[in-house]
Design a protein around this ligand. Structure first.
Ligand SMILES: Cc1cc2nc3c(=O)[nH]c(=O)nc-3n(C[C@H](O)[C@H](O)[C@H](O)COP(=O)(O)OP(=O)(O)OC[C@H]3O[C@@H](n4cnc5c(N)ncnc54)[C@H](O)[C@@H]3O)c2cc1C
Length: 640
């Protein structure tokens, strides 16, 4: 294997694969490093109708990049420049996928029709079905293989090697240390530029709908001083988890899964003492209206506590506070369901969908038979058994801070793209995550191929030193921590203190425990067995990431943002959420002034300190739009 490559792409999700193709098309020879091409979120996650967001391309309704960017920034704490770029390049990104064979629906006249998703005023959303991101990956990977782009797998990157800041020159990437997942062999690879496409922080939470194979590796970049932005802005929502092939199949129970109004029941840990617990809190038809709305208001939203989001809180309460299991049951109707007494919105919707009849499973069969088939394909027959659910982490809107070319704002040559890049604000239109990954791939590839990255004599020395770093092995004295137990400990902590429900004291306590656990892990020997060794190394970067996330969340709470989007901040002065819920569950009202600001967080590897600061959001730019002058500024040679 070569010791040096010009461009490395870490990760083979939809973003990483797209970047490799874009780089290759521009003449670069990228190398992809991945733990496995079948691992990660894009290849394994999906939903009722997995959404891809792009500029409106159908009918008489007007649309433009500027309008789309305005939608992107409407939720606040977003960078207007990135919003305009993600909007402007959305068609280019989308049509590459179309050309590669992703089957987005089009009508007889070739229009790519759309529908409205959350935070979307203009029906810009489209979908190739429940597995849009998997279809994207399959199409992109086929092209990667056709172009013979090198893929190194199964290698796990365990460290980014960077050279320290020198004068005005920021810290810069030099290479990576990676470990072979089957043999635990270590290697170093030097690189001029690194596209960092390692996905979202799925491994941080215990209650998670990220696929089991998605852990994320943001901790590697944070440890090297890569600046982060909007880390506290995550999405949480209801998801099912069922045993599947020795692991767990996880799925969002959004859309029709809720709109058909299933029974929501809880049981004790052994499955006994079944109760329709929601009626205790929401008597009468009110329950059905909120349950129905949950279908298309999937993420928990602190602003909808008087509406659909109370359902999330009640499930969480039953699950965590009362320690009971919660299920959706499609076999019979919930107690008290009377079609004639239903609120007009669910009644009209079900009636127009030909589903104002029968039991939940019959309504689901009428409205969305594929939703039943999907579970059948994963060993669950919804006509016969119940579906266990909980409130789960699903997506991080924040991540590493990038400039308009998707280069890290603090580490030169590092290009975070996809979910690990923090390009979204407090809210985002459904489907914009997949668009962001494809657009980031275009920008990073263009930036990398238009620049010459200088090589320095010290780089080889830094790489040699990184490889020689002592990794205490099992043969060294000391007890080897059980990596599974260690992971459970920090995942539980994150779900408990940094999930949808947050408090200043809770976060401060969690941070203290996270630091102590990190210190103890860093000083412990690593097991020799390859899998255990890899997972122990992963624990270190995940735990480091947890510390930085908690620092950011604590800073946000103490700044006084209050409750916003998927995070509810507890405040003793506020009104109780519901008279029958715990008395301390009072949502601090949002201070909207923070919507014009973004929270930046950076760990400084030289001082070992982590700092947070708020910065004004860059507005949506008004770039030169006069054709003659833009044309005159174009480079003579067009891209191949
Ligand atoms: C249930 C669910 C439903 C969703 N629905 C939608 C939707 O409808 N619309 C939408 O836009 N978004 C949706 N999302 C979000 C979206 O799917 C993800 O944000 C997106 O797929 C992330 O793509 P990615 O390429 O950045 O990362 P991933 O697809 O997660 O890929 C990360 C890659 O990096 C590799 N990797 C990680 N760490 C290392 C390491 N240390 N060394 C080597 N390789 C490494 C992984 O193995 C993987 O190949 C959903 C997410 C979930 C969980």
């Amino acid at each position: 294997m070569k010791q040096h490559t010009s461009v490395l792409v870490i990760g083979s999700g939809a973003a990483g694969l797209a970047a490799a193709l874009r780089l290759h098309a521009l003449g670069a020879r990228p190398v992809i490093i991945t733990e496995g091409v079948r691992l990660g979120t894009s290849v394994n996650a999906g939903s009722d109708k997995q959404t891809y967001y792009k500029l409106g391309l159908t009918g008489a309704q007007s649309d433009s990049p500027a309008l789309m960017a305005a939608g992107y920034t409407a939720g606040g704490s977003a960078d207007g420049r990135l919003a305009l770029i993600e909007s402007a390049l959305s068609t280019r990104a989308f049509f590459q996928l179309v050309e590669l064979g992703v089957a987005f629906p089009k009508n007889d006249c070739g229009e790519y029709v759309g529908y409205k998703t959350d935070h979307d005023p203009r029906s810009r959303a489209t979908s190739a079905g429940p597995y849009t991101s998997r279809d994207m990956c399959r199409a992109l990977l086929a092209e990667v293989r056709r172009r013979r782009i090198r893929v190194l797998a199964p290698w796990m990157v365990t460290r980014l090697i960077t050279a320290a800041q020198q004068g005005d020159r920021p810290r810069r990437v030099v290479g990576v240390v990676m470990v072979h997942r089957k043999t635990a062999r270590r290697r170093v690879l030097r690189a001029d530029a690194i596209v960092f496409a390692v996905g979202g922080p799925g491994g941080l939470y215990r209650a998670s709908v990220y696929p089991e194979s998605q852990f994320g590796a943001i901790g590697l970049a944070l440890a090297e001083g890569a600046e982060a932005v909007s880390l506290p802005e995550s999405q949480f929502g209801l998801a099912s988890f069922t045993p599947w092939r020795g692991g767990e199949f996880r799925w969002n129970v959004s859309g029709t899964y809720m709109q058909v109004l299933p029974r929501v029941v809880s049981t004790d840990q052994e499955g006994g003492d079944q109760r329709e617990f929601l009626t205790e809190f929401l008597p009468g038809g009110e329950l059905f209206r909120r349950l129905f709305l949950k279908g298309y208001q999937w993420p928990f939203d602190a602003a909808k506590l008087s509406g659909s989001s109370l359902i999330d809180m009640l499930v969480f309460h039953e699950n965590v506070c009362r320690r009971r299991r919660v299920f959706l049951d499609y076999r019979s109707n919930p107690a008290g369901l009377d079609f004639s007494a239903l609120d007009s919105e669910p009644r009209d919707y079900l009636s127009r969908s030909g589903a104002l009849f029968g039991t939940p499973i019959e309504r689901l069969a009428a409205m969305n038979p594929k939703a039943i088939a999907l579970y059948r394909d994963h060993g669950v027959d919804l006509a016969k058994e119940m579906l266990e659910i909980r409130l789960c982490a699903q997506h991080n809107n924040g991540g590493l801070a990038v400039d308009p070319w998707w280069e890290s704002t603090s580490v030169e040559g590092l290009f975070p793209i996809g979910e690990v890049a923090g390009t979204h604000g407090v809210t985002r239109p459904g489907g914009s995550a997949l668009n962001a990954g494809q657009v980031g791939a275009i920008r990073a590839a263009e930036a990398i191929t238009q620049r010459t990255f200088p090589r320095h004599k010290e780089d080889a020395r830094l790489c040699r030193a990184a490889l020689k770093e002592p990794v205490p092995s099992a043969r060294a004295a000391g007890e080897i921590p059980d990596w599974r137990r260690q992971r459970r400990e920090f995942q539980d902590r994150m779900t408990r203190f940094a999930g949808h429900l947050r408090s200043q004291d809770g976060c401060a306590e969690a941070l203290r425990h996270a630091r102590a656990q990190y210190e103890s892990l860093s000083a412990s020997p690593l097991p020799d067995q390859p899998l255990c060794r890899c997972e122990s190394l992963r624990n270190r970067q995940l735990l480091f990431a947890q510390i930085i996330y908690l620092e950011a969340i604590l800073s946000q709470i103490t700044s006084g943002t209050g409750s916003r989007a998927s995070s509810l901040v507890l405040s003793p002065e506020a009104e109780p959420i519901h008279p029958k819920l715990p008395g301390q569950w009072r949502a601090a009202p949002e201070d909207k002034k923070f919507r014009s600001l973004r929270l930046f967080t950076r760990f400084d590897p030289d001082t070992g300190r982590c700092e947070n600061r708020w910065e004004q959001c860059p507005p949506i730019p008004e770039p030169d739009r006069w054709f003659e002058s833009v044309w005159a500024k174009q480079p003579r040679k067009t891209n191949p």
